[in-house]
Design a protein around this ligand. Structure first.
Ligand code: RFL
Ligand code: PHB
Length: 390
């Protein structure tokens, strides 16, 4: 079979790119190695920048998001027991973020794709990009034991951190920069009302905690844990106890507990691979970079990559210009490194590191002082949190 753009990966990056291309009249096929239900069962991001919401609107899938998202004008930072609100709205001249789960967004994109009967292969085995250095790239895969081939003009590698697209890049053509943090986040999802109407990020002597939500009746909480921790060793009760210990007393008393719908541990790392283009293969989203979740940037960064890549492909097909394709990597990497810096900084300020010295701790306290006493410092945080322009 033949298409214009073969998209590997049916996560938010791949699906959003497919939808934008379809809207512009550019034919595409999406392939994923797992099932739809598997993808929709992954509990991941929850905070969308306005730019991401705008892009979903542009792709024609923003209707439910507009209706159901929870707009957030600020969040709380807690250091030990001292609470400081970051007023996103006023610090950024009227910008806010939107709470809307990645699973909901993915479902909206999947439904839009289905409604237009766009070609998508789930549970595709051994997906592999070929000949992207030449003019006639193609992708091979197996579906229900039958080998298939898609000839295309371009391949978009939107297959996440463990995908095949980054792995097929010839040795020496790519550089990867990585920082691994000595802890992970244990997350719990529960059908209980959130403890507070805004998010709470807490730096506590027992470790970081985050109170987030998916709706007014569904909460998402996280606690920092050692990398050696196993999710099987945690019950919901143990989680609730640990979470409450890390929150100010008044907040802890207001936490509504309940059974866990999901519990999982995610390690924290910062990774960037450069460049993002290899002939006719383009990487976007987690396939090219990972941020620690502290700044809520992962999904938003996938969306901004897709914006640049979509515009470049649109220019190629509709304006006969390859200028966008030629500058995609540079433009996207510029925004990626800024989001990497912010995510690394927020992770460094909010967590307790196992090897922390008193010096390191005093620096954290000074960072908090800056945020509470300097409008410039809190404005810089707010500007990054709501998302840099793209
Ligand atoms: P995804 O969502 O990982 O989708 C990639 C898709 O590619 C498929 N795939 C393959 N398909 C075919 N052949 C292969 N060989 C393939 N290998 C993989 C996969 O099955 C998958 O469906 O990447 P994408 O689209 O770039 O989207 C990125 C976001 O998912 C990611 O940045 C965020 O979810 C990161 N992230 C978070 N971001 C936030 O902003 N806030 C959060 O709270 C947050 N929590 C998280 C997260 C990521 C997590 N991961 C990756 C473990 C929590 C977790 C646990
Ligand atoms: C989430 O709701 O899952 C979430 C929110 C904010 C973050 C990270 C995760 O910084």
């Amino acid at each position: 079979m033949r298409t214009q753009v073969a998209i590997i990966g049916s996560g938010p990056a791949g699906l959003l790119l497919g939808q934008l291309l379809y809207k512009a009249g550019i034919d595409n096929i999406v392939l994923d190695r797992v099932s739809k239900d598997h993808i929709l069962g992954r509990i991941r991001a929850g905070v969308l920048e306005e730019g991401t919401a705008w892009l979903l609107d542009k792709a024609g899938v923003g209707e439910r998001l507009q209706r159901e998202n929870l707009p957030h004008d600020g969040f709380d930072l807690v250091f030990d027991d001292e609470v400081h609100r970051i007023d996103l709205y006023n610090l950024t001249g009227g910008k806010r973020v939107h709470v809307y789960g990645q699973t909901e967004l993915t479902q909206d994109l999947m439904e839009a794709r289905e409604a237009e009967s766009l070609k998508t292969f789930y549970e595709a085995d051994n997906v592999r990009p070929h000949d992207f250095d030449g003019t006639s790239p193609y992708v091979t895969f197996e579906k229900d034991g039958v080998s298939q081939r898609i000839d295309c003009d371009f391949i978009a590698g939107c297959d996440g951190f463990h995908g095949v697209s980054r792995k097929v890049v010839p040795e020496g053509a790519m550089q990867t920069f990585e920082k691994v943090y000595p802890f992970g986040w244990l997350g719990l999802l529960a059908d209980v009302p959130p403890v507070h109407e805004e998010l709470i990020y807490a730096n506590h002597s027992r470790g970081f905690a985050l109170c987030s939500m998916r709706s007014l009746t569904r909460s998402r909480y996280y606690v920092q844990c050692p990398l050696t921790e196993k999710v099987e060793d945690w019950t919901a009760d143990r989680f609730w106890d640990e979470l409450r210990r890390r929150l100010p007393d008044k907040t802890a008393q207001q936490v509504t507990t309940g059974p866990a719908l999901e519990m999982s541990i995610a390690p924290l790392r910062s990774v960037v691979s450069e460049p993002l283009r290899f002939g006719r293969l383009f990487l976007a989203g987690d396939a090219a970079h990972i941020v620690p979740p502290t700044g809520a940037k992962g999904l938003n960064l996938a969306a901004s990559d897709v914006h640049y890549l979509f515009e470049a492909l649109r220019e190629h097909y509709l304006d006969s210009s390859d200028a966008g394709l030629d500058t995609y990597s540079k433009k996207a990497l510029h925004r990626i490194w800024n989001a990497e810096r912010f995510s690394w900084w927020m992770t460094s300020v909010m967590h307790r590191f196992p090897d922390m010295s008193i010096f390191d701790r005093r620096i954290q306290q000074a960072e908090f002082y800056q945020l509470t006493h300097s409008k410039a410092a809190s404005t810089a945080l707010a500007e990054n949190y709501v998302g840099l322009p793209f």
